[in-house]
Design a protein around this ligand. Structure first.
Ligand code: G4F
Length: 361
């Protein structure tokens, strides 16, 4: 039997690399769309893929060019297409709305159109985002929660979500969106707050920095592990019918919680090192996100496994390793959803309204 072919846009990123590993393990022939320049600079631009590089088929292409995407689709003829590529840094979308909107909306539209024209049987996954809920109109957020985006990034994701739904309804494509809440890992880009914090703590421990500048410490996020979230993507494309799903842990913590725990695990007090910089605040903030993944849990059989403290610890350990520090952590490691208030922290971790958060499900 010939292997199923999967095509991933954004294969070089955090999610793309985990998804490629998952698909290879499941026997897929895995293809990825990458910028041409990446093929000439693999050490830097394909760094997350280096261990599996020889098992992948990489094709040059750009979200800004319909012709290039058409060419790749025509050549690969995939059974499944995972569209993960985007300008995904919310802050940047305030600096350049035009490129975020153009790249993200057109890229999604081009891929959908090429699939419709060339391989209409191909199953399509779109990476939606909890940023679509923005100024939330309901807590927790599920598939029925109205969108109230707060950035051009959020607008671009809402547009991609509606394009995906429209291609499903108008042209009969098997096309669905995952509405993914924040998901992190040691492979997270350094521009995102989680990695900025854990790599910042590692640099402080290594004597390479003496402070960490952050923006809004009170923003609340629902943080899960990226490796588990890509499993939900795959499950979405294995169902009898295409549908949209929220993917989240149901637990919410603040940026301050993240910093407090990271520093505490390193034996430090975040208040001695964290400096807030008004320049890092966003013109329109998403204050709180909490996902309700009941539908994914019940219909896909997906469950979040890594809790907040295990996630922070894994990221911190990896960043410490990379600066040559062996962080001998004394706190217990269950690997399951765990509750940071069980950890020996200097202060208490607080969630919405200052109340310790309970699991959402
Ligand atoms: O880590 P962040 O930049 O992630 P954000 O904006 O929540 O978006 C991430 O998750 C979305 C899913 O919900 C994805 F769609 C999106 O692509 C991305 O992966 O910021 C998290 C929070 C924000 O409230 C921000 O204001 O942290 C706050 N923050 C405080 N100081 C900071 C900083 N964010 C960054 N990046 N850098 C700071 O210094």
């Amino acid at each position: 039997m010939t292997a199923r072919r999967a095509l991933i846009s954004g294969i070089t990123g955090q999610d793309g690399s985990y998804l490629a590993e998952l698909l290879l393990a499941r026997g897929y022939e895995v293809h990825g769309i990458v910028r041409r320049v990446a093929l000439h600079d693999p050490e830097n631009r394909l760094s997350r893929l280096l261990p599996i590089r020889d098992c992948l088929h990489l094709h040059p292409g750009s979200l800004e060019s319909y012709a290039s995407l058409h060419q790749v689709l025509a050549k690969v003829q995939p059974h499944e297409c995972y569209h993960l590529a985007a300008q995904s840094f919310v802050s940047y979308s305030f600096d350049d709305e035009f490129s975020t909107l153009n790249t993200n909306i057109n890229g999604t539209h081009y891929l959908l159109a090429a699939i419709k024209n060339l391989v209409p049987e191909c199953r399509f996954y779109f990476s939606g985002s909890s940023e679509m809920f923005g100024k939330v109109e309901q807590v927790p957020q599920n598939e029925d929660t109205p969108f109230h985006h707060r950035s051009s990034y959020g607008i671009s994701k809402v547009a991609g979500f509606h394009l995906t739904r429209n291609y499903r309804e108008a042209y009969g494509l098997y096309a669905c969106s995952g509405i993914l809440f924040n998901h992190e890992s040691p492979r997270r880009g350094h521009e995102f707050v989680s990695r900025k914090i854990t790599s910042g703590v590692a640099r402080i421990l290594a004597g390479k920095a003496d402070r960490l500048c952050l923006g809004n410490l009170d923003a609340l996020r629902d943080w899960g592990h990226a490796r588990e979230y890509v499993e939900a993507m795959w499950l979405m494309l294995q169902q009898p019918q295409p549908e949209d799903y929220v993917v989240a842990t149901g637990e919410t913590y603040s940026v301050r919680d993240f910093a407090q725990l990271s520093f505490a695990l390193a034996g430090l007090d975040y208040r001695d090192f964290v400096v807030t910089d008004p320049e890092l605040y966003r013109p329109a903030e998403v204050n709180v996100l909490t996902g309700d993944a009941t539908k994914a849990i019940e219909k896909l059989g997906w469950t979040p496994k890594t809790g907040f403290s295990a996630l922070v610890r894994e990221m911190l350990e990896a960043d410490c390793d990379s600066v040559g520090i062996d962080l001998s952590l004394s706190v217990p490691h269950s690997g399951q959803i765990s509750h940071p208030w069980q950890l020996p922290l200097a202060g208490q971790l607080t969630g919405v309204d200052g109340v310790l958060q309970q699991p959402g499900f």
